[in-house]
Design a protein. Structure first.
Length: 655
């Protein structure tokens, strides 16, 4: 057992207070200040958010109505206000901070680029004018399928500037997934690049777009192509255009389109418990205010911070803490395109040292992967610029937390373990670092103005310590999702149905300890969390059964040291159950197939062939049994309701 592991067991319930130095300079300096804010919000929920929105957002028309609950569980915020999110992220900083660096970019090969707010303004305006020149208008949906470069942010900001609604699709998703998302939102254009770089390889994004468009996507009129990797691409006449050609000669000014507070800023698809991802729809002003406030409360942001969130813009974390939150606060933000292990496992720490990063935010899976490669890599770098660390995406195991604290933070940087979701838009439960003592593995306490509860099956609050229940949010909050694109009913059913439209059900189980600290226990639905990324078991199952040799499949998660959860697929194929070389070949083929259908993140780690799936007499697949088998556990549960009891040995791989 490693020292960190031993210590993590000993310290699981120990409190880690911030250093005096951190506390003194923090935006919120004490538990008393935090309590005061929370009480203020509890006493006047609307007034609390109204005050912040009035002062922190630059409105073209200020709002008079804060919260409209008349169509609950559809809520709207700041309903008669008007603003532009891109103006808030860029223009309003120009006078005082035009020459401040907005984005520090570094490519995998080491190429770097600094972009000031003034330059960002120019690039965004040029691109917005290119969108307009191609007939893109307010309300049009635009798909963004980009490598992790400043142009991804420019594309998002460009859309926001003219009121177009972007839908970013992670560059690791396949052509098939891209097509589904384009069609679901009837997108009018694609913004992509020739290619991106990761692990020394070129990811051919434009080629994947071409493949998606060849299969359908009739609504697409234009493909905007940024030049990045320099790989050869096919350009279709009349449809595809290089951005540098389009912007040549266009104006470097583009008046922002002032939109209503509720105007959709973006859609972002995420996995649910069916085979079809959900297009989560976010608003403009409500989303923005929570991004701004969480930067201040959770990341304790200051004028001279250099902030690095390692998430790709394809995920909500990249939206809120790369593309919008930092810029709206006038913060310098770092973007890195590439793998964390190129040229070696010290790359993150090398970036921290060279760019003097002060706040570093990443996923537990990355921490665990780098932890495994040893302390030498971080120890070779000067990490003294760091003052705050964060994690997101999945529970962090105490061992990794202790390592992060010691080896990266040198025991002087608080760690903010932030719980939130695509649907919540911004942090919901997280330490406020100058005020809340942390505990390894706990996301601690809800943020001010956010009403979180843990309830039982009847929707009653659970007050006794350590009893698990449903994690719910009991009052609307500004950055909450507004709906699921094109599926109002699914929005209501998924998030509100369980407790009579009264509580937002997050889909996670949770307990509170004796200090009221929240501990996330995992999902309660069929959603996996693989390397911090959400994936529906049904999505993987649908991909598998689309293969010509597969009849049926059941996918479950099993714990994995690095990824958090790994994907285990039980598969029934046509004809004889394969064995030996045939089985190996089919496993390889199925893994390739799923990569093509969804993307590499959905590739099953284990595939086991079986003659049948374990079903009850009513035909329901016993997933709990499959989960135990995937974990290699003894079968202790009652399998007498199983229609085909003898299948268990086969599922266990025993014959
Ligand atoms: C999980 C990512 C424990 C959780 C921002 C949630 C976490 C899902 C944490 C949302 C955390 C996220 N501790 N679990 N700090 N953060 N999760 O939509 O299950 O990609 O419901 O948003 O990730 O994933 P999503």
């Amino acid at each position: 057992m490693s020292d960190h592991k031993i210590e993590s067991i000993l310290t699981e319930d120990r409190l880690f207070p911030p250093s005096d130095d951190f506390r003194q300079h923090a935006n919120i300096k004490s538990r008393a200040d935090y309590d005061k804010l929370r009480t203020e919000a509890e006493q006047d929920h609307e007034g609390f958010w109204a005050k912040l929105a009035h002062t922190e957002i630059s409105w073209s028309k200020d709002f008079t109505k804060t919260l409209d609950e008349s169509k609950a569980p559809h809520y709207s915020w700041f309903t008669d206000g008007e603003l532009n999110v891109s103006y808030n992220c860029i223009d309003r900083h120009l006078e005082k901070n035009g020459d401040k660096i907005a984005i520090i970019f570094e490519g995998e090969k080491g190429d770097t680029r600094n972009i000031t707010f003034k330059e960002l303004h120019k690039e965004v305006c040029l691109f917005a004018n290119a969108l307009k020149a191609k007939g893109i208008k307010k309300g049009d949906r635009i798909v963004i399928y980009m490598p992790m470069t400043p142009e991804a942010v420019i594309a998002m900001q460009g859309c926001a500037r003219i009121g177009a609604i972007h839908s970013v699709v992670f560059g690791g998703f396949s052509a098939e997934s891209l097509k589904d998302r384009i069609e679901d939102a009837t997108c009018k254009a694609v913004i992509t690049a020739d290619g991106g770089t990761r692990g020394g390889k070129v990811i051919k994004l434009k080629a994947a777009c071409d493949e998606a468009l060849a299969k359908g996507c009739a609504s697409i009129e234009t493909v905007f192509v940024f030049k990045r990797a320099g790989n050869n691409v096919a350009m279709k006449d009349g449809r595809d255009a290089w951005v540098h050609d389009l912007t040549a000669g266009l104006s470097e000014e583009c008046e922002p389109e002032w939109v209503n507070a509720e105007h959709p800023l973006f859609l972002l698809y995420t996995s649910g418990s069916t085979g079809k991802p959900k297009g989560i729809q976010h608003s403009s002003a409500g989303y923005l205010i929570n991004c701004i406030m969480t930067m201040k409360w959770v990341f304790d942001i200051k004028e001279d911070d250099i902030f690095w969130c390692t998430a790709d813009v394809g995920w909500i974390t990249g939206h809120s803490y790369v593309a919008y939150g930092p810029l709206a606060n006038g913060t310098t933000t770092v973007i890195y395109e590439g793998a964390p292990t190129v040229p070696d496992a010290g790359r993150f720490w090398d970036l921290v040292e060279r760019h003097k990063i002060s706040i570093f935010y990443t996923a537990p899976t990355a921490i665990r992967a780098l932890m495994r490669l040893g302390e030498d890599f971080p120890n070779r770098h000067d990490l003294s610029s760091l003052r705050l660390l964060g994690t997101v995406g999945e529970p962090i195991n105490p061992e990794a937390w202790i390592w992060y604290n010691k080896v990266i933070g040198k025991e002087k940087c608080p760690i903010v373990d932030t719980w939130w979701q695509t649907e919540t838009g911004a942090h919901i439960i997280s330490p406020v670092p100058g005020a809340i003592d942390t505990k390894p593995g706990s996301c601690t306490l809800p943020l001010p103005g956010i009403a979180v509860d843990v309830v039982d099956e009847a929707g009653e609050s659970i007050t006794e310590p350590d009893r698990g229940g449903y994690l719910v949010i009991s009052k609307p909050w500004p950055s909450m999702l507004r709906t699921i694109w094109g599926d109002e009913q699914r929005y209501v059913d998924t998030y509100w149905g369980k407790f009579n439209n009264r509580l937002y059900v997050a889909g996670d189980s949770c307990r509170r300890d004796k200090d009221g600290y929240f501990w996330i226990m995992g999902r309660i639905d069929d959603v996996l969390n693989v390397s911090g990324h959400r994936l529906g078991t049904m999505e993987v199952e649908s991909a598998l059964v689309a293969h010509e040799r597969v009849v049926e499949s059941a996918v479950v998660g099993r714990p994995d040291d690095i990824k958090g959860e790994a994907i285990f697929a039980f598969v029934v194929i046509k004809g004889e159950r394969p064995t030996g070389a045939d089985a190996d070949a089919l496993v390889a083929d199925l893994r390739k197939w799923v990569t093509k259908e969804i993307g590499a993140i959905a590739k099953p780690d284990d595939i086991r062939f079986t003659d049948n799936l374990p079903k009850t007499r009513s035909g329901k697949i016993m997933r709990r049994l499959l989960r135990s088998i995937a974990r290699g556990e003894e079968i202790t549960q009652d399998i007498s309701t199983l229609e085909n009891e003898e299948i268990v040995k086969q599922l266990q791989g025993k014959f």
